[in-house]
Design a protein around this ligand. Structure first.
Ligand SMILES: [Fe+2]
Ligand SMILES: [Fe+2]
Length: 375
């Protein structure tokens, strides 16, 4: 591109401006973002925002939020006492059992001439163990992101019923951080630092001063993806403690995503076209960051494999495209419900089509799912 083209592209909210690369699938660019300061114990994100008091304590202005709040109060559980922590977990045996559910340790692929050609069962099991350590570590870091974002929402959202609900979610997220940390420490065999793409996304969400962007980034995008990913692992895993842990966490997460949909629905209706476009762009950027994080580049690095070659191969695995799309199965209908998919010129619809996940648009949205049963 010429300088003039480049400038124009930047002004139009192009891929370069939003995600730092023109081609969504540019693997080189994706892998150029990697972990830094992996040994630091703290990570600081600066942000300026308004903390809002409300003097309107009247309950009932948003009855669906009130219902959600009542559900949350009775759905609390105790991570220490409600889970069977005495279940023995043989991580290698779990890796083998899970793999047998998915076509064997190497998913039945022909790997001759690839970095994996010389691998035997020992290496595949080690890879499965690392992969599980990595996956649960990223869930743990994401849960902390949810804890911090929701604590922020208590301060910034203008309505009392949303502050009440958010307070229950803060407790939920503390419990989620606690149980994932305990599972990693007592049942698995190592932690990974936060993936660079996930950290970029969480930093962007936290740095934004607008209260509804915290919701969009966390409740709609990060938690929408988490709900789908937890569901996928819950379905696949043969390990009973993790299965039960995920079942509890997913019941909470569904409420959290519903909280996002119920809070943003009315709010977006009174935003102007330019403001909606900013939200569409934010949703797209978050979607790409989350897809990039699932390449688990740090695992290949730790296994001493050429990262780019290995990932190129993984992307060709049977079902990989379907898996990547499935991660967005909650996000797409929820964005549609919020009016983000088709607002303006349908910009986000085009982007989700490019990402290969538009096929989920007519699935039920999460608010509808959560409020369909119970009081
Ligand atoms: Fe959570
Ligand atoms: Fe959550």
């Amino acid at each position: 591109m010429t300088d003039v083209d480049n400038q124009r592209a930047l002004e139009l909210g192009s891929n370069i401006k939003l995600i730092g690369r023109e081609d969504i699938n540019d693997l080189e660019a994706i892998l150029s973002i990697s972990n830094t300061d992996v040994h630091a114990v703290a990570h600081e994100v600066r942000s300026t925002y308004d903390t809002l008091f409300t003097w309107d304590y009247e309950k009932g202005a948003r009855p669906r939020l009130t219902r959600l709040y009542e559900k949350a109060k009775t759905a609390q559980w105790n991570g220490e006492t409600d889970l069977p922590w005495d279940t023995p977990v043989d991580q290698e045996a779990v890796v083998v059992a899970n793999a047998m559910n998915q076509g064997g340790l190497n998913a039945g692929m022909d790997l001759s001439g690839t970095p994996f050609a010389r691998w035997g069962d020992k290496e595949w099991i080690e890879f499965g163990v690392e992969s599980q350590n990595w996956t649960l570590s990223q869930f743990l870091h994401g849960e902390q992101g949810a804890l911090l974002c929701t604590a922020r929402i208590v301060e910034t959202v203008p309505w009392i019923d949303a502050k009440y609900y958010a307070a229950t979610q803060v407790m939920d997220e503390a419990r989620h951080v606690e149980v994932f940390a305990k599972y990693l420490d007592t049942k698995l065999s190592g932690h990974y630092p936060i993936n660079a793409h996930l950290r970029t996304l969480l930093d962007d969400i936290i740095a934004d001063e607008r209260w509804d962007m915290t919701y969009l980034g966390m409740q709609i995008m990060v938690e929408g993806l988490a709900l789908a990913a937890f569901g996928f692992i819950h379905m696949l895993t043969t390990e009973p403690l993790l299965k039960q842990l995920l079942q509890y966490v997913m019941a909470d997460e569904a409420r959290h995503v519903a909280f996002g949909v119920l809070s943003l629905q009315d709010w977006y209706q009174q935003l102007g076209a330019a403001e909606i476009r900013e939200r569409q762009e934010f949703a797209f950027e978050a979607a790409v960051r989350m897809r990039d994080r699932f390449l688990q580049q740090e695992v290949f690095d730790r296994m001493g494999l050429p990262v780019k070659d290995s990932i190129e191969l993984v992307l060709q695995a049977p079902d990989r495209v379907a898996f990547q799309a499935l991660l967005f199965s909650k996000i797409v209908p929820n964005c549609k419900k919020l009016g983000l998919l088709d607002a303006g010129d349908g910009w986000l619809r085009t982007k989700f089509t490019e990402l290969g996940c538009i096929q989920f648009e007519d699935m039920p949205d999460t608010a509808e799912e959560v409020l369909a049963y119970g009081p």
